[in-house]
Design a protein around this ligand. Structure first.
Ligand code: C2E
Ligand code: MG
Ligand code: MG
Ligand code: MG
Length: 280
């Protein structure tokens, strides 16, 4: 009885795994097609200066405009894209679109010369040997200045290989490209590395913002990250700010920048044009 049951369990597990492998394979094939057909679109979420209340930049966030399924969020395809290495092509496609877009807004007189675009990079990409050259090519092709581009990589990805990460960050810095540590506070940073890296901005993970209570409780970690950022000469962005109750303590702690649904959701390029022309 027990043995039979054990076997049934085993078979069920096996068939689930088989099913998952098939689904992933299909997804991989679909992702390749999506790249060929240019189905990846970029949304732009405003980043606001808490000193001036002005938009200082945008984060580029990818979506997959699937011909049948509609708009698919990154959580549904980034993991497989990372596993299969397709993420590199997707990241570059997003970077190219975003740089071109900002350059066009500049040409149209909509974007101030200091407005920046932040692009997310997966760790696979970050450690690939020709990243710097690929970025150079995109900047040359689109005509965007290095100082208008920022790169975001998660804290946990940096700490997978901090020695290598430092080398890349230094080289990027030489091209005036700024560097943001994404999801900061969740990646167990080694402080001995952090203080040596020429990082411009720590992006405080949304989980800490979510925990702020209605009366501004639970801000200990945010306070600690702000103290760290200040002492290292870095800026901070609070990510995922949804309410005024969350904004208040963030402002009080002198966090420089803010991003979240309270100000704006990620927008299509056309909607950004309006926001740049008339404000949020
Ligand atoms: P992330 O880089 O940490 O981006 C922030 C995510 O938080 C975005 O989700 C954004 O829409 C969401 N968000 C911003 N403000 C709020 C808020 O107030 N409330 C809530 N609930 N959410 C907020 P999204 O666009 O679904 O992206 C999820 C993740 O997918 C990103 O997290 C990033 O890790 C990854 N991703 C997105 N685009 C790319 C890309 O082009 N390349 C790579 N490698 N990863 C990307
Ligand atoms: Mg990000
Ligand atoms: Mg983040
Ligand atoms: Mg994230």
């Amino acid at each position: 009885q027990a043995k039979a049951k054990g076997k049934a369990c085993y078979q069920m597990f096996d068939s689930t795994m088989h099913h998952r492998a098939l689904t992933n394979l299909q997804l991989e094939i679909d992702l390749r097609k999506a790249l060929e057909r240019n189905e990846f679109v970029v949304y732009y979420q405003p980043i606001i200066s808490l000193m001036t209340n002005q938009i200082v930049g945008f984060e580029a966030l990818v979506r997959w405009l699937h011909p049948q399924e509609g708009l698919i969020p990154p959580i549904k395809f980034i993991p497989i894209a990372e596993e299969t290495g397709l993420i590199m092509a997707i990241d570059l496609c997003v970077m190219r679109q975003a740089c071109l877009q900002l350059r066009n807004w500049q040409k149209e007189g909509l974007a101030d010369k200091s407005l920046t675009i932040s692009v997310n990079l997966s760790v696979k990409h970050f450690v690939s040997f020709n990243l710097l050259q690929q970025i150079d090519t995109i900047l040359a092709e689109t005509g965007l200045d290095g100082q208008n581009l920022k790169l975001e990589i998660t804290e946990s990805d940096i700490m997978k290989n901090p020695e290598f990460a430092s080398q890349i960050i230094v080289q990027l810095k030489n091209q005036q490209i700024q560097f943001i540590v994404d999801d900061f506070g969740t990646g167990y940073s080694s402080l001995s590395y952090l203080h040596r890296l020429p990082i411009d901005t720590l992006k405080i993970d949304r989980s800490f913002i979510m925990r702020i209570g209605n009366k501004g409780e639970n801000i200990g970690i945010i306070q600690a990250i702000m103290a760290l950022a200040n002492s290292l000469g870095m800026n901070a962005i609070a990510e995922g700010v949804e309410t005024l109750e969350q904004l208040e303590p963030i402002k009080r702690l002198n966090c420089q920048f803010c991003q979240g649904f309270l100000f704006s959701r990620p927008l299509e390029a056309e909607a950004v044009r309006k926001v740049l022309a008339t404000g949020l």
